[in-house]
Design a protein around this ligand. Structure first.
Ligand code: HPA
Ligand code: ZN
Length: 313
């Protein structure tokens, strides 16, 4: 089925094999002796235990070529899953703090995206995420650095450790990003409470909410999301791996669908969470019993929820 992937951290597509290849190429040493021991470390207890390893492995990404190789590997994989459009997140603050210039990051990702589109693979747009745990002042400084690349970006987002970092703190930087012509999205309601989803909608004015699964705790919020057709970018395998949800069989996506919410299915950080986007659809079919018609609705929702509609081909 043709589908869009709208919640995908490109750094979260770094497979252990590529991580070791890039480490060797760049003279970087990982804490793990081999790919098997790195894979064994993928046993997470929550979001922060994942983020620690995810940020650690980013050390191997140093040059434009590295970002190109990373995105090319993902886009080839996504093409095999029927993905025609990707709106990929990246974390500029992590790379800038390691001394990697933004131009190398964006240049590499854009080069991979251009080759993918030219060869009939997925079209790709870029969403720069602010790390919410570094606070609004750091986000504002990052937006200043991003401004000269605004023409290469689709939008901005908000990610990293959620609880204790409410979206409302970032009102000014999100409004400034819109002033640069950028779309806005935010992670909310993954580990954080429904109030954070309300804030993402009412204070940040985002066009989509990333995760948003804890919205099921608040009937008024479900009604609001359904009435506005605000897309949620839900990531089932991620939610289970990070223990936000016990199992696919009890995933709140069923409640969201029943409430008429505009749900999409995505992979988040597929190298770390045991599956790419089609694996997420298949898990919902196998373990939650979603039928083909529902999967087709989810795929159609994803195509309609793109921030920018690429020309038909
Ligand atoms: N949540 C927050 N930040 C992230 C995630 C996530 O699921 N993946 C990568 N950064
Ligand atoms: Zn995410």
């Amino acid at each position: 089925m043709p589908k869009a992937e709208l919640h995908l951290h490109i750094e979260g597509t770094l497979e252990p094999e590529l991580a070791f290849a890039l480490a060797a190429r760049n003279g970087v040493t990982l804490r793990y002796p081999d790919t098997e021991s790195l894979r064994r470390a993928y046993a997470f207890s929550d979001l922060s235990s994942f983020l620690a390893l995810y940020y650690e492995c980013m050390a191997v990404l140093r040059t434009e070529r590295d970002f190109d190789d990373l995105a090319t590997a993902y886009l080839d994989r996504a093409r095999a899953d029927g993905v025609t459009r990707v709106e990929m997140f990246f974390d500029p603050q992590m790379h800038m703090s390691r001394g990697v210039p933004l131009s190398e990051v964006i240049g590499g990702l854009r080069a991979a995206a251009a080759r993918s589109a030219a060869s009939g693979g997925p079209q790709a747009g870029l969403i720069a995420c602010f790390l919410r745990d570094l606070g609004p002042a750091a986000a504002a400084a990052t937006l200043d650095a991003l401004a000269e690349h605004a023409g290469d970006l689709l939008g901005v987002g908000l990610d990293s450790a959620e609880v204790g970092y409410p979206p409302g703190d970032f009102a000014r930087v999100f409004s400034d990003a819109r002033g640069l012509g950028l779309h806005t999205v935010a992670h909310a309601g993954e580990e954080g409470p429904p109030e954070y989803v309300w804030e993402a909608l009412d204070v940040l004015g985002v066009e989509r909410v990333d995760h948003g699964i804890r919205s099921v705790e608040d009937p008024a919020l479900l009604w609001r999301l359904a009435a506005d057709r605000t897309p949620l970018t839900v990531c089932p395998l991620s939610n289970v791996r990070l223990r936000c949800v016990e199992a696919i069989a009890s995933h709140p996506i069923a409640t969201l669908l029943e409430a008429g919410v505009n749900v999409t299915v995505n992979s988040d950080d597929p190298a770390y969470f045991g599956g790419y986007v089609a694996d997420n659809y298949l898990a919902l079919a196998a373990e939650l019993g979603l039928g083909h018609d529902t999967l087709a609705v989810l795929a159609a929702n994803s195509l309609a929820a793109c921030l920018d509609h690429p020309p038909a081909r």
